[in-house]
Design a protein around this ligand. Structure first.
Ligand code: NAD
Length: 484
């Protein structure tokens, strides 16, 4: 069995306390993880602060860029190890991990290294009373020690999405991976060590959130900025922690995203896209669509075809090519999702398909498997249409007019993403403007260019990351004025 340790000041550090990491697909113990306490978190933050003043802080941008490319290359060299770690941590089908999660992890280091290398600076000439004038230009300085708090749903992709820009901008980091998915951060520590990233630049502390490593880290006075991905409630707690010392936060939080399907859509594309947007990663994607609105003339046909698609999603192990879906991350999360399955029925939903636990062969019975589920027949006020479930389920409702569907889609506390399916050009643009969300996809879903802004509106987030937008958070923009 693996023993996963913390990584502090360039060293792998065990502690007296261990917690268990269990497999989502059979419930067996796959690793024990060294839990960081206050002392380890303090050591990690102190090391990160010292590294800022040490060799890392003195590197030129070109040297930093070269080092981040070396990190990406080493991830690519150890591609199989990262895939294996991610598959055993989250249990999802191999093709997603191999084609999205791990490659994106490596790309996050390259893209942001290139962004920082190519970012232009502002320059202004100004007049002065003595006629000699002055020039102004801006410099980007690192923010300092950045705490990176990560979720479990796409662990490697989402962790590196923060680390790439944070390190490219010259910061040092202390990462707190989710307690559910400790493996890839640990592997990344080996990569950092191998390519010679200076001690203290990248640190990992393992553990839980409240009154544990997560809170010790976000409350630590030497942390200069906090970047977080996770639930909205946790984001609010982190914002409170950041208020102490008035430190900046970047929050990527929950969603209750709507897909809107017009009668003029390409039906095949809309079905294929909705099957992915509602059920990929067993529905554990922040950008996933749990609310589907379908224009009335195609409503019945759409529900029928979605049902057929869902019923072909056979649950299975990650490396089984026939597997259409993995399990949920944990038994605890399954309890939460099943409680929503019950509430939907209590509130009057028609269960089109699913609604329970699939029968799995004996060795997998200890896993957190769940049936993908479609409901119809609920009003927009129903609990499963208001709250984020984060499971493989969606509610499909008919609508009659564009104005009506805009109002219904926007009537929700979240505003992360939306998918619009239509072949009507003007309507596509009108809808893109009217929907309250940080990201609107038209005739696609999860099509991501890493240079574009990413983040949520309303309770789905604060701030935007991606491309040059990440620099707003990970650097201090400094104006230099030189009198000539
Ligand atoms: P979570 O909020 O439970 O945990 C996220 C991280 O925060 C974990 O590392 C956890 O240990 C830590 N944490 C918990 N309480 C804390 C506290 N008080 N102080 C400091 N750290 C604390 O989220 P999760 O269940 O891991 O992830 C699922 C959620 O993440 C969903 O709501 C999903 O929508 C959201 N998410 C959002 C995005 C996005 O980009 N907007 C992306 C992925 C996931």
């Amino acid at each position: 069995m693996k023993e996963i340790t913390n990584f502090i000041n360039g060293e792998f550090v065990a502690t007296g306390n261990w917690f268990d990491k269990r497999s989502p697909y059979d419930g067996k113990l796959i690793a024990r993880v060294a839990e960081a306490g206050r002392a380890e978190v303090d050591a990690a933050v102190t090391a990160a602060q010292a590294a800022l003043r040490g060799p890392w802080g003195r590197l030129t941008v070109a040297d930093r860029v070269e080092m981040l490319h070396a990190v990406a290359n080493e991830i690519e060299r150890r591609f199989e190890d990262f895939c294996e770690a991610e598959m055993t941590d989250i249990g999802q089908p191999a093709h997603f991990i191999r084609h999205v999660d791990v490659p994106r992890g490596a790309a996050n280091f390259k893209i942001f290294a290139d962004v920082i290398k190519n970012v232009p600076t502002e320059f202004f000439e100004m007049a002065t009373p003595d006629g000699r004038g002055a020039i102004n230009y801006s410099l980007r300085a690192p923010v300092g020690v950045v705490a990176v708090i990560c979720p479990w749903n796409l662990p490697f992709l989402l962790m590196t999405w923060k680390l790439g820009p944070a390190l490219a901008c010259g910061n040092t980091v202390v990462v707190k991976p989710s307690e559910e998915t400790p493996q890839t951060a640990w592997l990344l520590a080996e990569v950092m060590q191998k390519v010679g990233v200076p001690k203290g630049v990248f640190n990992v502390v393992n553990g839980f959130g409240p009154d544990a490593a997560g809170e010790f880290l976000t409350m630590h006075p030497k942390v200069d900025a906090i970047t977080f991905t996770g639930e909205t409630r946790t984001g609010a707690a982190i914002m409170k922690a950041a208020a102490e010392g008035a430190r900046p936060v970047s929050l990527e939080m929950g969603g209750k995203n709507a897909a809107i399907v017009f009668a003029d859509c390409d039906m095949d594309a809309a079905i294929e896209g909705t099957l992915r947007s509602s059920f990929a990663n067993c529905g554990q994607v922040c950008l996933g669509t749990e609310r589907i609105y379908v224009e009335r003339p195609i409503f019945d046909a759409f529900v029928k075809r979605l049902k057929e698609g869902v019923e072909k999603m056979t649950p299975g192990l990650p490396d089984d090519p026939a597997s259409g879906m993995g399990p949920l991350i944990s038994q605890e999360h399954r309890k939460k999702v099943l409680s929503y399955y019950r509430i939907a029925v209590e509130e009057g939903a028609t269960v089109v398909t699913g609604g329970g636990i699939p029968v799995m062969p004996e060795p997998l019975q200890g896993g957190s498997w769940i049936q993908p589920t479609i409901w119809t027949g609920l009003p927009d006020s129903a609990t499963v249409l208001r709250e984020e479930i984060f499971g493989p389920c969606c509610h499909v409702a008919p609508f009659d007019t564009e104005e009506e569907v805009v109002m219904r889609a926007n009537d929700n506390p979240y505003g992360l993403a939306s998918a619009i399916w239509t072949t009507h050009l003007q309507r596509a643009h009108r809808m893109a403007g009217a929907i309250q969300a940080g990201i609107v996809w038209v005739n696609s879903w999860f099509l991501r260019d890493l240079r574009t802004p990413f983040g949520g509106s309303k309770q789905s987030g604060i701030g935007r990351e991606g491309g040059v937008h990440s620099l707003e958070f990970y650097t201090e923009l400094k104006n230099v004025c030189i009198k000539l």
